[in-house]
Design a protein around this ligand. Structure first.
Ligand code: ZN
Length: 92
């Protein structure tokens, strides 16, 4: 079974190829969704983590997603590649 992929910017599940963002050469990004990343660049490059938290919360509430799940998604955002600026030791 494939590991489930999530957008490393907004935590949206990347379960369909059309959900994935695109690189400069048109290939699909494995890390980011189409709403965050197109043609090799973020659509909102100046966005902060706090702004993304607000956006994710607003979008999920619009979709009537359970508030516990919304909280969990917002909490997981700082761990994503785009926001996690802390260098972790590489595990071999
Ligand atoms: Zn995204």
């Amino acid at each position: 079974m494939d590991t489930k992929h999530f957008c490393q910017s907004c935590s949206m599940p990347l379960d369909k190829p059309e959900m994935m963002g695109t690189e400069k050469d048109g290939t699909r990004s494995k890390d980011y969704c189409t709403y965050c990343y197109q043609h090799g660049a973020f659509l909102s490059p100046g966005m902060t983590l706090e702004e993304m938290k607000t956006l994710v919360k607003t979008q999920m509430e619009k979709m009537n997603i359970d508030s516990a799940l919304v909280k969990k998604a917002v909490k997981s955002l700082p761990m994503l590649k785009r926001w996690n600026k802390v260098k972790k030791p590489v595990v071999a």
